[in-house]
Design a protein around this ligand. Structure first.
Ligand code: PLP
Length: 430
């Protein structure tokens, strides 16, 4: 057996269990495509990488990194300290908040810096639910939200007596305005619908949904983590939302930082307790280097989206045209009304983990919507919500392209994909 155990479980699983690539000579052939060099803690790296996983994260932009460096070095004070070292940090923090507000087109006091999309969603949902629990305990969301929304709702339902209505979606993953109108009740306190879906890229009619909420006096939150940097952004008012989640690492900013826009004078309950930071709305010393990077990335990559439609649409159109002709494959991302960079498909007779391992062996980074740990797989809740047959929900593959994606990469994927699918489909029979 090759010395791979513990290095990359799905890789070993693919090689070892398939019975197809299991011979030593086959494995040696495949291993020639890899090197063990680089700072990767012993991770096998392919000699060529095609990164088609930009919805998971994006590389830090050099200009963003540059903007962060002073705050890892010369400007290290605590913005809450009263002395001049702290005041310097405070002045910079205020400046980043002003600049963030300028891009978001809101008041600086409406920007809360957080540790990213997950925390922004948690703050919006728990914060509003607990603030308004005396008024009502009904929340509406959709079946295709990110787990950073759905798991908050689960918790509120199980532990805090809330009732949650998850709106169904159509075959393209879109919520219907009429369903929202019907679902709102006198005790509804919050509606949370994402702007764009991370797994299949579907864009929701957020402005219309927000308008319905406003007319019915219900607060509206949108998780826009996948929107910023990808779609046209003219200001938070375009969403008709009271709360908007933003996440820096989806548009070449640093990980672990984001923001929640909270329309004034809303003051959701805190979910972190400690100091009076962020105007008593989020305790914890501000992460100034990350916030510096966030503000810079927002300025550079959001007003003119870094995911350029003119570059990406021809690539994704071409690739999806190729994919839909492959045997046993069905696209689940819609052709219209979705993020220009995202293609998602399911593969009959295969599962995501085998498919992703097969792609990875060729150096292609893709993703499935499923949580994967120790070789086991949860079916994608998004695919289930589309009404895709249960036998396919474990076989989602998502390609999400980005700034550095090229026709050459698309051609490479087209070249190797049929064989990867064929092997994965055979593997699943054993
Ligand atoms: N919401 C959506 C739609 C996302 O795609 C993600 C990240 O994948 C998140 C929330 C979570 O963001 P973060 O990774 O910053 O916690």
């Amino acid at each position: 057996m090759l010395p791979l155990s513990g290095v990359y479980e799905p890789f070993v699983w693919f090689l070892g269990e398939s019975g197809l690539a299991g011979s030593t000579s086959n494995n040696s052939r495949i291993l020639k495509k890899f090197s063990l060099s680089g700072p990767g803690c012993g991770i096998l790296r392919p000699l060529k990488t095609v990164y088609f996983d930009y919805n998971a994260t994006t590389p830090l932009d050099p200009a963003v990194r540059e903007a962060m460096l002073p705050f890892l070095d010369a400007i290290w004070g605590n913005p809450s300290s009263v002395h001049h070292v702290g005041r310097e940090a405070r002045a910079r923090l205020d400046d980043f908040r002003d600049r963030t507000a300028t891009v978001l087109k809101c008041k600086p006091s409406e920007v809360i810096f957080t540790s990213g999309g997950t925390e922004s969603n948690n703050l919006a949902i728990f914060g509003v639910a607990r603030m308004l629990k005396a008024k009502g305990r009904h929340i509406i969301s959709s079946a295709v939200e990110h787990h950073a929304v759905l798991h908050c709702l689960d918790y509120l339902a199980k532990k805090e007596g809330f009732e949650v209505t998850l709106l169904p979606v159509n075959g393209e993953g879109r919520v219907a305005i009429a369903h929202l109108e019907k679902a709102i009740r006198p005790d509804t306190v919050l509606v949370s619908i994402m702007a764009a879906n991370n797994e299949i890229g579907t864009i929701q009619p957020v402005a219309e949904l927000g308008a319905v909420c406003r007319s019915r006096g219900v607060l509206f939150h949108t998780d826009a983590a996948q929107w910023f940097g990808k779609e046209l952004f003219t200001g938070v008012s375009q969403f008709n939302a009271d709360l908007v989640s933003v996440c820096a690492h989806k548009f070449h900013g640093p990980k672990g930082v984001g923001a929640l826009y909270i329309k004034s004078p809303l003051h959701p309950d805190s979910i972190l307790f400690g100091g009076g930071h962020e105007n008593e709305r989020r305790a914890g010393t501000e992460n100034l280097p990350a916030i510096a990077g966030f503000a810079k990335a927002l300025e550079l990559f959001v007003p003119t989206p870094v995911f350029e439609r003119a570059q990406l649409l021809p690539l994704t159109r071409r690739l999806e045209g190729f994919i839909e002709k492959l045997p046993g494959v069905a696209l689940v991302s819609s052709k219209e009304g979705r993020l220009n960079n995202t293609i998602a498909f399911v593969v009959g007779g295969a599962d995501s983990i085998t498919l992703l391992a097969g792609l990875d062996i060729e150096g292609i980074c893709a993703s499935s919507g499923s949580a994967c740990s120790a070789g086991s797989l949860e079916p994608s809740h998004v695919i289930s919500a589309l009404g895709v047959e249960a036998q396919f929900t474990n076989s989602l593959v998502r390609f999400s392209l980005g700034r550095d994606s090229s026709l050459e990469e698309v051609l490479f994927v087209e070249n190797v994909l049929p064989e990867i699918l064929r092997r994965a489909q055979l593997t699943d029979k054993y």
